[in-house]
Design a protein around this ligand. Sequence first.
Ligand code: HEC
Ligand code: HEC
Ligand code: HEC
Ligand code: HEC
Ligand code: HEC
Ligand code: HEC
Length: 459
Amino acid sequence: MIYKLLNTKVLVTIALLCCSLLTIAAPDAKNGQSLFKANCATCHTKNMKADMTGPALGGVQERWEGREELLYNWVRNSGEVIASGDAYANKLFSKWNKSVMQAFPNLTNENIDDILLYVDEMYTGTGIGAPDPGTTTEVVNGEPTSGNNWLYLLLFGILATLALVLTRITANLNHLADVKAGQAVQRKSLAEILTSKRLVTFVLFALVVLGGFTTVKNAVSFGRQQDYAPEQPIKFSHELHAGINKIDCQYCHDGARRSKHAVIPALNTCMNCHKAIKAGPEHGKGEISKIYAAAGFDPVSGTYYEDYENIHKDTLIANMEAWLGADYLNKDGNTIKIKKDQAEEQLAEVTSYIQSPIEWVRIHNLPDHAYFNHAQHVVAGGVECQTCHGAVEEMPVLKQYAPLSMGWCVNCHRETEVQFADNPYYDTFENYHEDLKSGKIDKVTVEDVGGLECQKCHY
Ligand code: HEC
Ligand code: HEC
Ligand code: HEC
Ligand code: HEC
Ligand code: HEC
Ligand code: HEC
């Protein structure tokens, strides 16, 4: 009897575990998409990267990190948050010329989580935001969720097997108990036992096949991603900017020190310099003019167009044609004469960026189930960009240097010493601090602080 009870209890627990694993109450990007379209899209751009009536929402969660509750309140009623005196909210409000965001008192926290997930996916080009294959933002190896499904399948398989095995054991125990109690019971027929064994074997076999298939598939895509160096909409050179002109990586990728994403710079960042630098050593005005076309800047007058979206395209093309056709002085003060056919060629290319955003092709792309955080590595870990990205300052065309495989992450965590002393982040590891002081150990690796634990890197 007691075994029977145990049996049902165990089975129910396992069933529940399976269910909860399969239906983790995760935010739903699809729902977020419809909510965004219905409520937010009038003021916030869908690509999450450009400002419109309201700011680009990309990376917004990082800007409100640690103040999640306040972010929910902001969406429901931004006026209240501003009135509460929150410094960030007030700064934002002034920056946007005190234009008031609409209030959405009916949105629940879950609704807002859905929207935020959608925002992040559009911004990072994952999930719903994954670029269509065939457009300019094509990404090789673009099945970010397949690995995730596989993880769930594996877990499900293991739990199902466990359930079956436990059923067998309890059945046998029940049988023994019955025999002990002197009851003459029939043993399960051979056929029954065989079927369940066969089931177990089948499940194991299926897992092996599935695992093998995924490994091979991933091995192939690893090879394809490393060294990936797609052509970009603007011939932007890291060699020219970070190498020759020694611009700090974090001037442009300013997310690296404070957030998960290093962030691709907005055109405003480019314009800080290119309002003045209107031609380059290699491509003359051609490539830089694409920035102007996208940002709504008139290089002739040196000012931004007013109401750019509503100016007739023909007018803008005519202005661009005049600009690209005119001779200019280069950095060294020499006059560069423009050839007519060259100007025409450049115009044809630049025209497609007039009034439309620059869509950089994403190069690095971890699957959704892996978690990587730049700030943790760059700030807390003190790891140089180049350790992971190679000699970027020597790359005219950026390419993916590291394999970005799990083995790559794990190896570095095994080998790398953390900067343990004087790092408040590690105050909790008292034992290590004492052992270091007493000379019992001479270093602490990332592995020692838990860097090989699955859940640190996997959602
Ligand atoms: C009527 C225009 C408008 C609508 C509609 C709108 N917003 Fe905004 N939003 C703004 C403006 C303008 C700001 C900048 C702050 C300010 O001036 O109040 C802003 C700021 C924000 C911020 C803070 C951004 C940051 O960088 O910290 C978030 C988050 C936000 N909006 C989310 C939403 C969401 C979610 C929706 C839809 C449910 C939405 N907004 C709908 C205009 C709008
Ligand atoms: C002047 C601005 C600027 C500077 C400075 C700069 N970058 Fe970039 N970076 C960009 C732009 C724009 C892109 C997107 C276009 C491309 O991939 O070339 C980019 C792309 C990247 C990417 C690939 C992003 C992806 O899609 O996966 C990496 C990695 C990167 N930069 C690292 C660096 C490092 C390391 C440095 C310093 C040595 C640096 N960058 C300096 C502007 C800059
Ligand atoms: C420990 C390794 C490591 C270091 C150090 C590192 N990166 Fe990255 N970087 C990555 C990985 C991994 C990705 C892919 C992240 C993803 O797909 O989510 C990435 C992606 C990027 C991207 C693409 C956009 C994004 O944020 O996902 C840029 C740009 C970038 N890194 C720039 C930098 C710069 C600049 C530095 C130095 C300040 C730096 N990285 C330091 C590993 C690193
Ligand atoms: C900190 C200043 C600075 C920033 C920011 C900056 N650039 Fe530049 N850029 C330069 C300098 C300097 C040159 C070289 C001019 C020269 O040598 O004549 C240049 C040249 C160029 C060229 C011409 C290349 C050629 O060979 O003709 C392009 C294209 C370009 N930048 C694109 C960008 C883009 C896109 C961004 C934003 C992601 C950006 N730049 C941000 C300083 C900057
Ligand atoms: C070049 C070496 C290096 C590589 C490559 C690297 N890491 Fe790290 N990682 C570190 C260091 C150093 C730390 C410790 C940072 C600190 O002090 O918190 C760290 C810490 C972490 C942590 C926090 C661990 C903890 O216990 O809190 C996570 C999560 C993490 N890394 C994920 C990744 C992932 C995912 C990858 C691969 C995509 C990766 N790392 C690649 C060096 C690396
Ligand atoms: C330091 C970070 C890190 C740790 C720790 C880590 N993983 Fe991973 N794992 C990754 C990354 C990154 C990937 C994605 C590699 C890729 O692009 O396929 C990955 C992929 C996977 C995959 C998908 C198969 C594949 O190759 O895509 C599985 C399954 C997995 N990890 C299981 C685990 C288990 C189980 C543990 C604990 C024993 C673990 N991981 C610990 C970073 C880590």
